[in-house]
Design a protein around this ligand. Structure first.
Ligand code: ADP
Ligand code: MG
Length: 258
């Protein structure tokens, strides 16, 4: 008998995040199952980064709830009272997320390997020898086995972003979050980063990816979600969402990026 779990790895229930009068994220609900890839698309300012930041606990939320692995990690508003998540839960759960940003933000005075090993050593207390072994493995995984002793300024933008992906992998996160990981790259460097992400998907990584790369989303995503003005206006199978959206706003958006 095989035991299957139906609990999603990540669940957002009517999550809202306001900045003053602005509803940056407006009652967004979504579920991400383990081993799946979800791509979030949408125009600039639609709330994509803010949504990722609420998942990653970089932002508190003003409504709704966030569950990870069945445990509530997001602040919840109930009867007007905000219920904070305990600091220890937040600290423990934050370790489950690996985040890759548009600007890779590597430490310039550290080698690729040092950039990858510093968090496991400082945050998780991993011994240097073990951290170095894991670091070498994840750098090889992103195709940079021969660049581990290079400094960021000796690497191309695509290579730097791959180091940033390796840095996230080194923490062995359960969920990888990407916020426009190829948007800052020269066009000829985009594919090498997408290839690494495609490889991670094939190996079963669970990923939530904000991207403008529609062809990548169509090929790799299990679900594509389109946001506009803080809300999800379209969601479903990549082909349907990208090529056959129902909302007029979505039709206009995909025509402009396609
Ligand atoms: P996207 O990533 O889709 O471009 P963002 O999540 O960055 O959108 O922003 C959504 C909206 O929230 C925008 O109008 C943005 O200006 C606003 N916003 C984001 N962060 C803040 C903040 N810290 N303070 C005030 N407004 C913010
Ligand atoms: Mg953004």
């Amino acid at each position: 008998m095989t035991i299957t779990t139906t609990t999603p790895l990540l669940q957002l229930v009517q999550v809202s995040k306001h900045f003053g009068d602005l509803r940056a994220v407006d009652e967004v609900s979504l579920e991400i199952k383990q081993g799946t890839v979800t791509c979030i698309v949408g125009p600039s300012g639609s709330g994509k980064s803010t949504l990722l930041r609420t998942v990653n606990m970089l932002e508190s939320i003003d409504g709704g709830a966030i569950f990870f692995d069945g445990e509530m990690i997001g602040h919840q508003v109930r009867d007007g009272h905000r219920i904070p998540v305990s600091a220890s839960v937040a600290r423990r759960q934050t370790l489950n997320f690996g985040m890759v940003f548009q600007h890779f933000n590597l430490f310039p005075n550290y080698t690729a390997l040092e950039n990858v090993t510093i968090a496991p050593m400082l945050v998780k207390g991993v011994k240097r020898k073990v951290a170095d072994e894991t670091g070498a493995r994840v750098l090889a995984q992103v195709g940079l086995a021969d660049r581990k002793d290079h400094y960021p300024n000796e690497l191309s933008g695509g290579q730097q972003q791959r180091v940033a992906i390796a840095r996230a992998l080194a923490m062995e996160p359960k969920l990888l979050l990407f916020d426009e990981p190829t948007s800052a790259l020269d066009p000829e460097l985009v594919n090498e980063v997408l290839a690494v992400m495609r490889g991670l998907a094939e190996e079963g990584a669970t990923m939530l990816i904000v991207t403008h790369e529609m062809r990548f989303a169509e090929e790799v995503a299990d679900e594509v979600i389109m946001m506009d003005a803080g809300r999800i206006i379209e969601r479903g199978a990549p082909r349907d969402v990208i090529h056959n959206p129902t909302a007029a706003r979505a039709q206009k958006f995909f025509a402009s990026v396609g």
